[in-house]
Write a protein that binds this ligand. Structure first.
Ligand code: DX5
Ligand code: ZN
Length: 215
């Protein structure tokens, strides 16, 4: 399985989003990770579907959209229209997860399901047939620049083993939070193949070299 890097724009210079998107493309980073926070599911508020639609006008990069919101259902068609490629919802959000994952697929996007550090990895099992990706959070959602929680790598390993043994060997397993050269090695060993990195990539002097180093 090819490893994919997804640059979390939360750590980018938000006064110049277009320049930062192009910097990401020039670094040959595969995906752009867009953290949508509603101020209720997590403490922060970030950006929404209108900002994503504006970004879509200046780039064709794969938009990996991470919804940290209380109730995602009504937002699904809005992000499809805005140009999101992947839409990841949280298992801990309100609403019917099965129906929401089906709605994401029906809207023409890839479907992701995220779990917070305290959520048991086994809770995603019933939803695997509806998922293109499972996101195992490696920090508490809400802020960039936090330290990686080592126990979360064990969840990745158990999930990858389960997927391999149960016909989900193509499943993308994403990690998000505290990824750098040291923690990237740990999560890849555990079986993650999509690595989100914010602070590490956007603070790097040479983003391409930094992305290559963790890929
Ligand atoms: C946290 C976000 C992450 C965050 C990662 O709630 O989901 O995507 O931006 O940032 P770093 O890589 O700086 O930990
Ligand atoms: Zn994220």
């Amino acid at each position: 399985m090819k490893n994919i890097i997804s640059a979390s724009m939360l750590a980018s210079d938000l006064t110049n989003i277009e320049k930062e998107i192009h910097r990401t493309e020039n670094a040959q980073v595969e995906w752009l990770h867009i953290d949508v926070m509603d101020g209720v599911f997590v403490d922060n508020i970030t950006y929404g579907n209108n900002v994503v639609a504006a970004m879509r006008k200046v780039s064709d990069i794969y938009f990996d959209t991470h919804l940290m919101v209380t109730d995602p259902t009504n937002l699904i068609p809005l992000f499809a229209l805005a140009g999101s490629n992947m839409l990841t919802i949280h298992l801990e959000s309100k609403g019917n997860t099965t129906a929401n994952l089906k709605y994401i697929k029906k809207s023409g996007m890839n479907a992701g399901l995220a779990i917070k550090p305290a959520t048991d990895w086994k809770e995603v099992i019933p939803y695997l047939p509806l998922c293109d990706m499972v996101l195992v959070m490696t920090v508490e959602p809400g802020y960039g620049g936090q330290g990686f929680i080592p126990q979360c790598a064990d969840k990745v390993a158990m999930l990858r083993k389960y997927c391999n043994e149960n016909g989900f060997d193509k499943m993308n397993i994403q990690v998000d939070g505290g990824i750098n050269t040291a923690t990237a090695a740990t999560v890849k060993d555990a079986g993650a193949n999509v690595l989100v990195a914010g602070t590490y990539l956007f603070r790097a002097v040479d983003m391409k070299a930094a992305a290559d180093a963790i890929r």
